[in-house]
Ligand binder design. Structure first.
Ligand code: MTE
Ligand code: HPA
Ligand code: MOS
Length: 792
């Protein structure tokens, strides 16, 4: 029905004509802003002196905590100062804002602000936080069954630990905002934010304004990936505080290095697990304790932990399961949302458990996966949501055949025996990603649809376009609903003036909820237009409103109920729109949508947390150079159920991009901090994201035909985050390569669980290959796994 039209901004992107925040031309008198940030992980602020900076010609103001009306913000818990007050709690925490008329004056001004600190002891690791009982929020548990009893009764058990590091979002457009003074106290802020409503509110609180006096606009983002769900808001507030203090427009745009040092990352996790299973590798029980590094403030970490706990099952039915999670408060940048939002950590854990169980039972890991997969009769998650419309068994079966898994497994076995220095590994993992915010009230959206007299349409929603194509999909949906060409529909810049009280564009539901709200509005417009069309159909042309409404020569046509017949009676859409206006029939509507059926109770850890699941499988083949630890991804075959896509090309873009982003997380993206918790890898030269040569040599993406997703609009399924989790197959494939080399040797290495943190950097791959060679070599934060072997 719909066409795979190009992304609405594709042409302007390649021509360099898409406007991002910092592309906006400067306003007369506009100021540039810079931040004075803490060099300490934790310190008392003894004094802040801006007089030197203010003496520099061009410097307009230096603002500190005392200049903030309400100096606390936070997306869940309001625990974070906008400007540090009394103490700093991480390297990069903002202490002062400097604004100046020129770049040169700004640089000098930032340097001239004197802050006196008294360094204090800091908590710099999850282990240290656990030891000091430094936590954020309460421990959360999701549990089913008697775990201790199930462990005691399991024929075999294993236990292990898993270290997962953070990752930087590495969006191309760094955090940016411009604040404009408007009438009276009003401020309009243009922000690179995923959450205009929260940005509006944080700006208002900071400046002591009502929400009525702040408008936040987000036209498009040069990538966000979760990094601008919460952390864009303080940046906008800094610019707005300068505008409030000076009455001038104020621009704050971070450099890549500043952005990486200041803003939070994907939460690092440390997971300890135990599992019980039988000799066939059937899982009986999983018991896990998850600790995440939340950084210095709560940000979204408790919600991220919740999603991690709800994804520890992934594609597998585990009869008894207990997963417990605690967020640690440490002295690093507050960690935040990142594509997958905790899900990837839970999934990495269970997928590595499966690999360990396969090694222990001598079964192929794919057989263990298929045996444990959710299936009829075994289709209820540990939080008691039924996995409806479950495609996982079919996905496994089809990919196994189409990627020639068995034949390649044999071929790899032979190749590794002949050439162990180029060890190949193969692994096929799955994803079952829950689609909905786990916090119920966030699952709502609103939309404004305006049909104009020429029949063209403007749609405004709370959705933020960050490259994922949400605007293009919404335009397609509205066009389809109104039976007009997609070119007739323009999705307008996101603005809190048109769409208020919105949720962030996140949790992959951007199109689901905003699209549904837009459809709600469009449907009602169509019903009214059709009702008039039916009446016009019976009238001679001379009596149509466009002919006689101007002089009032005929009575207005009474349109009672909106018609059930949604036809336009052959009247061209633009003509009918015009007749509606002349007949005083509104062709503008406001729509609202609330995701039905959600019943997850955070206190009991039970209920329907998600409207549906997006599922997929991927088989990755890697080659590990056992002398250097370098990894090449030779081939990836990926199969997903994305329902009935609105725009398949855009969804494929999400799948390819999400997978490659996930590959970076599990392989080369390594955040390195110095002993004082200052990030050292804060630029592309030291932080290695995947490039074109790292993408799989062979990369095949396919989708299955699934008409069954009746839970979502038009039978579609969200694709924003789920594909990232399939990159875990690259990590398990590396693990498989390491295991196969070890089992060629004769040491006891062969029987130990492969201890491979995420990311599996070249160095870590070498360590995993020969743990003995690194014996006694200091390596922070990595605890070797233990193999319990057969139960006595
Ligand atoms: N794709 C692009 N190009 N840029 C992005 O920043 N963010 C991802 C995903 N895909 C992102 C992206 C994340 S974290 C989410 S939650 C979804 O897009 C959000 O958009 P959606 O809900 O419209 O899918
Ligand atoms: N996903 C993304 N962002 C969120 C969520 C979620 O589940 N909950 C709160 N913010
Ligand atoms: Mo995406 S991490 O939910 O912004």
């Amino acid at each position: 029905m719909t066409r795979d039209t190009p992304h609405e901004s594709a042409r302007s992107h390649v021509r360099g004509r898409s406007e991002f925040v910092d592309d906006r031309p400067p306003l007369r008198g506009e100021l540039l802003c810079g931040l004075v940030v803490s060099p300490h992980a934790r310190a008392r602020i003894v004094a802040v002196d801006g007089t030197g900076a203010l003496a520099i010609p061009g410097v307009a103001c230096v603002l500190t905590a005392a200049d903030v009306h309400h100096n606390r913000w936070g997306p869940i818990i309001e625990d974070q100062p906008l400007l540090a007050d009394g103490e700093v709690h991480y390297v990069g925490e903002t202490v002062a804002i400097v604004a100046a008329a020129s770049r040169d004056a700004l640089v000098r001004g930032v340097r001239a602000v004197v802050v006196e600190y008294e360094a204090l002891p800091a908590i710099l690791s999850i282990d240290a936080a656990v030891a000091a009982a430094s936590f954020i929020g309460v421990e959360r548990t999701i549990a089913r069954g008697d775990v201790e009893d199930a462990l005691a009764r399991s024929p075999r058990t294993l236990q292990g630990r898993l270290t997962i590091d953070g990752a930087d979002h590495f969006y191309l457009e760094n955090q940016a905002a411009i604040a404009y003074p408007c009438d009276g106290p009003q401020i309009e802020v243009h922000s690179s934010t995923q959450h205009p409503t929260e940005t509006q509110h944080v700006v208002a609180h900071a400046c002591g304004l009502g929400a009525r006096d702040v408008v936040c606009v987000a036209r498009r983002l040069g990538g966000a990936f979760g990094g601008k769900e919460s952390q864009a808001s303080p940046i906008a507030a800094y610019a707005a505080l300068v505008t409030k203090a000076t009455g001038r427009a104020a621009r704050l745009v971070l450099s890549k290095d500043q952005d990486m040092i200041i803003t939070g990352k994907r939460n690092p996790f440390q997971i300890g697990w135990r599992c019980g299973f039988d000799d066939d590798g059937m899982l009986r029980v999983v018991d896990a304790q998850l600790h995440s590094d939340g950084g210095a403030y709560a940000d979204l970490s408790t919600a991220i932990m919740e999603r991690a706990l709800a994804h520890c099952d992934n594609a597998y039915f585990v009869p008894a399961m207990r997963v417990r999670g605690r967020v640690c408060r440490t002295n690093v940048h507050p960690h935040t949302a990142f594509r997958g939002f905790g899900g990837p950590k839970g999934v990495a854990m269970i997928e590595s458990i499966i690999e360990a169980v396969a090694d222990a039972t001598g079964r192929d890991s794919l057989d263990v996966r298929r045996a444990n997969c959710y299936r009829p009769g075994h289709d209820t998650t540990h939080y008691e949501q039924v996995v409806e419309n479950n495609c996982l068994p079919e996905l496994f079966e089809r990919l196994e055949a189409s990627c020639e898994y068995r034949a390649r497994r044999e071929e790899i076995r032979r190749a590794n025996a002949q050439r162990p220095e180029r060890a190949r590994g193969l692994s096929l993992t799955a994803v079952k990603f829950g689609i909905s915010f786990t916090t119920r009230f966030m699952n709502q959206a609103n939309a404004l649809v305006n049909v104009h007299a020429d029949g063209s349409v403007q749609v405004s929603t709370g959705a933020v376009e960050m490259g994922q194509g949400v605007n293009t999909r919404i335009a397609a949906l509205v066009a389809e609903e109104l039976s007009i060409p997609q070119e007739s529909v323009r999705v307008m810049p996101t603005s809190t003036e048109k769409n208020a009280n919105t949720a962030p564009t996140a949790a992959s539901v951007g199109t689901d909820v905003n699209g549904a709200a837009a459809l709600d509005a469009a449907r009602r417009i169509r019903a009214r237009m059709s009702a008039l069309a039916v009446r016009l159909n019976d009238l001679p042309r001379e009596q149509w409103p466009s002919k006689c409404a101007g002089v009032g020569s005929a009575p207005e046509i009474e349109v009672a109920a909106p018609s059930a017949d949604l036809s336009y009676c052959g009247i061209p859409f633009a003509k009918l729109a015009f007749e509606c206006i002349r007949n005083r029939v509104s062709i503008c509507e406001y729509g609202h949508f609330r995701t039905p059926g959600l019943s997850f109770n955070k206190l009991t850890g039970r209920g329907r947390a998600f409207r549906y699941f997006t599922q997929g499988v991927a088989c990755s083949e890697v080659e590990v150079d056992t002398l250097t630890g370098e990894v090449k991804v030779r081939r990836v075959d990926l199969l997903m159920d994305i329902g009935q896509p609105i725009n398949r090309a855009l969804d494929l873009g999400q799948i390819y991009g999400g997978f490659v982003q996930g590959m970076g997380w599990v392989t080369t993206e390594h955040l390195v901090y110095d002993s004082g918790a200052k990030l050292l890898s804060h630029s592309p030269s030291t932080y290695k994201i995947p490039n074109i040569q790292d993408t799989p040599r062979r990369f095949r993406v396919d989708t299955i035909d699934n008409n069954g997703n009746t839970a979502n609009l038009r039978g579609t399924k969200a694709t924003g985050e789920p594909p990232l989790l399939l990159a875990i197959s690259v990590w398990t494939a590396i693990r498989d390569a390491v295991q196969s080399v070890r089992s060629l040797g004769d040491g006891d290495g062969a029987s130990a669980i492969v201890d491979l943190p995420i990311p599996a950097t070249a160095e870590r791959v070498l360590r995993a290959l020969s743990p003995d060679a690194f014996w006694g070599v200091e390596h922070s934060g990595e605890v070797p796994s233990r193999h319990l072997g057969k139960k006595r």
